[in-house]
Write a protein that binds this ligand. Sequence first.
Ligand SMILES: Cc1ncc(COP(=O)(O)O)c(C=O)c1O
Length: 367
Amino acid sequence: MDFIDLKTQQNRIREGLKVRFDRILEHGSYIMGPEVTELEEKLAEYCGVKHAISCSSGTDALLIPLMAWNIGPGDAVFTTPFTYVATAEVISLLGATPVFVDVYESTFNIDCEELELAIQNTIAEGQLTPKAIIPVDLFGLPARYHVIEEIAKKYDLKVIEDAAQSFGGAIRDRKVGTFGDVAATSFYPAKPLGCYGDGGAIFTNNDNLAEKCKAIRIHGTTSDRYHSELIGLNGRLDSLQAAVLLEKLTIFDEELDLRQKISNQYRANLENCQYIPNDYKSSHALFSILLESTQEREKIINKLSKNNIPNIIYYKTPIHLMKAFFYLSYQKGDLPVSEKLSQTILSLPMHAYLSEEDVRLIINQIQ
Ligand SMILES: Cc1ncc(COP(=O)(O)O)c(C=O)c1O
């Protein structure tokens, strides 16, 4: 059994991949070739957003909009510590300050009451200027954007949806990619829509922001590739990765339905799963449960491992307690929900090709 099975998926799309790869070998536009343009059009159409801008990774998809807004020293960007490090890393990279906000114990996503308090505290302290919020759609579940967008409006903040794990998700008829001012996704191979290397995309309805992001992605250039108008980076996507994504898009909705079925089976039989509110659609990037204690988690991990059932802890150290972030002076106990989740959470196999019997086997072991 695999934690994520990319082989079965590859067998389904292999012929299409070969045709597309052959075409790339013929035309030779290896970076930002016609496949990239085709992919961007299809991604924009899929989400119902004006601009989809492909780029080199999910990390760069977060970094580029922050650069476009000139976020830097003295600015506060609010996010959660219970996420992959990239979410906070991009803030620090630019010299801005990540302000960590705890998450809901039920959804694992940013706690909106805590968010507003953190913004108010930052304003009252007067050291930093609140600039942006990066809510994370953890494990594929969109954050509470109807509330977050209200808070952002009230305090005049930008919102970047960290949709690295949630491409394919939705809230009612609004798809992931359309929340906030801009959304950033990752096409890392293990993501619901992943390529065979690194890749990412930025989504926005804002024309000016889109133009700036496109420039930053290619060293700050627009029409003249050898005259930079902005400080940018090498954030381009290559044509082979775009080709993989185009083929995977043809089966993506079907795969989301299969993931939903597996999630339903887990949920019907296991307690303490991530809570999915009504009208929210997760892309089920990862399936995680909470156990009663770290000791109980250890026992379950041993049992699963003995039975060759892969399992991983996402995330065993909340970001505010990582060495790289000690400079922010957070202490243990500052963000208690995130810390508790880190000690008791466990992720189980989740992919579209997991059989009903396999899921039953996993459930039996845990029960
Ligand atoms: C929540 C989150 N944000 C950002 C990223 C960064 O994406 P990438 O690995 O494509 O740079 C990831 C990837 O794991 C992620 O899970």
